[in-house]
Design a protein around this ligand. Structure first.
Ligand SMILES: Cc1cc2nc3c(=O)[nH]c(=O)nc-3n(C[C@H](O)[C@H](O)[C@H](O)COP(=O)(O)OP(=O)(O)OC[C@H]3O[C@@H](n4cnc5c(N)ncnc54)[C@H](O)[C@@H]3O)c2cc1C
Length: 515
């Protein structure tokens, strides 16, 4: 079975993690870097669920101040610059424009919220809040004329699914076993260890491993893992909340993002996306179906078009929608009545009585706080693990793969790569630099011309890049490549995507034959 050592004794890991979303991969990286042996499995692709369906903001969450979630907001605000520094290719600053809407929250409340936002979390690089005259500033141009005043503040953007895969890559480089497409079927306590039964979802083969501790980072399936995999009789305190986004053709020309308030009290964003598009979201709806099948409904698309049309001069219509996606937040059930007011803070629950091996379950959280969540998880698990040489927190200062360049050095990196690979156009270099940072040479190898990169599949995607994604980033299908490792699906035709699938299937056959 792929990734599972076969031998007489079952392999024994210090930490086994179920779930290859941001929380599982963040914990894997942190744990292996401290010196523990780590195994992580995901039933599908890495970031195949909620962690590729976010609004992709590294943000304090201005609106959480209304729910007095000061701890969460402060921790998240502090993370903005920390994460930007360790991954300046996939994370960058974004300015948010908040138009004042006379019928909704009063200006003094917005000012107070933004004052707190500016001062709760230390900022060294991100610029502060300012008041905007929208009747004079270009950010006001696409908006209806009644929005004459607004505010502008800082947060960051993140390529969410790439953040996941880079955490997994770094964990694997440090010795962790990362096993996508491997479902955890059963977890049983056997004396002082867990015995896990796993199934390779590609070949159908099953295998077993043992682990001293088990982390349930199954996101929306956290309750299923508790009930059906480890069969604990503890009721899961999870509240599933669906959020959908729409992607339209580009609605405005500047590079700032809008944060709008809707009449129902919700806020939503309109964000410049993939150069030629605008991302609008999100909705917040309680959800009870299969988390893997969540999709944007017609009503959600209409809701988002209508909400955006209340602000933009030119109405946003369904005809402009190029793509939609939907994700399910696995929130801790704090008994809040409305989905939007349920806490976004993370909650970690440990089950470890007597000498029984520990089980840690992860609820809620945000992409923004994944690193801090991993630190908190390991602080809870470490008493149940063997001593290690490096027990301290370490991830705040260690760059993620490809992120080892100065925090404000992205343009310099693009120029350096442009002069090194002059046969590629600047737009393609820029895309590659955003995705792979300083690792571009690993894709290029010793290429001296475009032809050396092999077949072209459209939108600048070459055989060399696909081989890299298969070898180093666990990509196996076109979907992994065009919707998670990249968003090239927005630019490729169905036929081109089918060609990529056919190519990936060949790579996969070769990989299987070799293992
Ligand atoms: C609409 C929306 C917008 C959001 N926007 C933001 C934002 O802008 N900023 C922010 O910071 N956060 C945001 N979030 C929150 C953030 O996306 C989530 O908190 C985070 O992605 C949760 O990650 P996770 O690892 O817990 O879960 P997931 O990413 O869902 O990962 C869980 C994994 O477990 C695997 N799994 C389940 N059962 C098994 C099993 N039996 N065996 C093996 N594997 C299994 C699944 O396949 C899945 O890949 C948003 C969330 C949503 C839904």
């Amino acid at each position: 079975m792929r990734a599972l050592a076969v031998g007489t004794a079952l392999p024994l890991y210090d930490v086994a993690i179920v779930g290859g979303g941001i929380n599982g991969c963040g914990i894997a990286r942190d744990a292996v870097g401290r010196g523990w042996s780590v195994f992580l499995c995901d039933k599908g692709d890495l970031a195949g669920a909620t962690s590729s369906a976010a609004s992709k903001l590294i943000h304090g969450g201005l609106r959480y101040l209304e729910y007095y979630q000061f701890r969460l907001v402060r921790e998240a605000l502090l993370e903005r610059e920390t994460l930007w520094r360790i991954a300046p290719h996939i994370i960058w600053p974004l300015r948010f424009v908040l138009p004042h809407h006379k019928g909704l929250r009063p200006a003094w409340l917005l000012r107070l919220g933004l004052f707190l936002y500016d001062h709760l979390g230390a900022r060294e690089l991100l610029p502060p809040t300012r008041t905007l005259r929208l009747d004079r500033d270009p950010a006001g141009a696409p908006l209806k004329p009644e929005f004459s005043v607004g505010f502008e503040y800082s947060d960051c953007w993140v390529e969410d699914s790439r953040l996941v895969v880079l955490n997994a890559r770094d964990a694997a480089d440090r010795g962790a076993v990362i096993a996508p497409r491997t479902r955890c079927l059963r977890g049983e306590r056997e004396g002082a260890v867990w015995r896990l039964t796993l199934r390779d979802e590609v070949s159908g083969e099953t295998g077993e491993i043992r682990a001293r501790t088990l982390v349930n980072a199954a996101g929306p399936w956290v309750g299923d893992v508790l009930n059906s995999v480890v069969r604990l009789n503890a009721p899961a305190s999870v509240r599933l909340v669906k959020g959908s986004h729409i992607v339209t053709e580009r609605l405005f020309q500047h590079d700032r993002c809008y944060i709008f308030q809707n009449g129902d009290g919700r806020i939503f964003f309109a964000i410049p996306y993939e150069r030629d598009f605008t991302l609008i979201g999100t909705t917040d709806l309680d959800y009870s179906g299969d988390a893997g099948a969540a999709a944007a409904s017609d009503q959600e698309v209409e809701y988002l078009c209508k909400a955006a049309s209340d602000y933009f001069r030119t109405p946003v219509t369904k005809a402009q929608v190029k793509w939609t996606y939907s994700g399910v937040r696995p929130l801790f059930d704090d008994g809040a009545s409305a989905a939007q007011s349920a806490t976004r803070d993370y909650v970690l629950k440990i089950d470890a009585e007597g000498d029984a091996p520990a089980l840690l379950s992860v609820y809620g959280g945000k992409i923004t706080t994944y690193r801090r969540l991993a630190e908190a998880a390991l602080a809870m698990l470490s008493p149940h693990l063997p001593p290690v040489a490096n027990p301290r927190n370490w991830t705040a200062k260690a760059p993620l793969p490809g992120g080892d360049f100065p925090v404000q050095g992205f343009e310099a990196l693009v120029s350096e790569m442009q002069s090194r690979y002059a046969f590629l156009d600047r737009d393609l270099i820029r895309r590659l630099a955003r995705a792979y940072g300083t690792l571009i040479p690993e894709i290029m190898k010793d290429a001296r011309s475009r032809g050396d990169l092999g077949r072209s599949f459209g939108a600048g995607l070459t055989e060399a890049e696909l081989n890299y994604l298969a070898d180093r980033e666990w990509a196996m299908s076109a979907e992994d490549v065009v919707w998670r490792r990249s968003k090239l699906g927005l630019r490729l035709t169905k036929d081109e995507i089918a060609e990529i699938d056919a190519f990936m299937a060949t790579t996969r056959t070769v990989e299987h034959a070799a293992t």
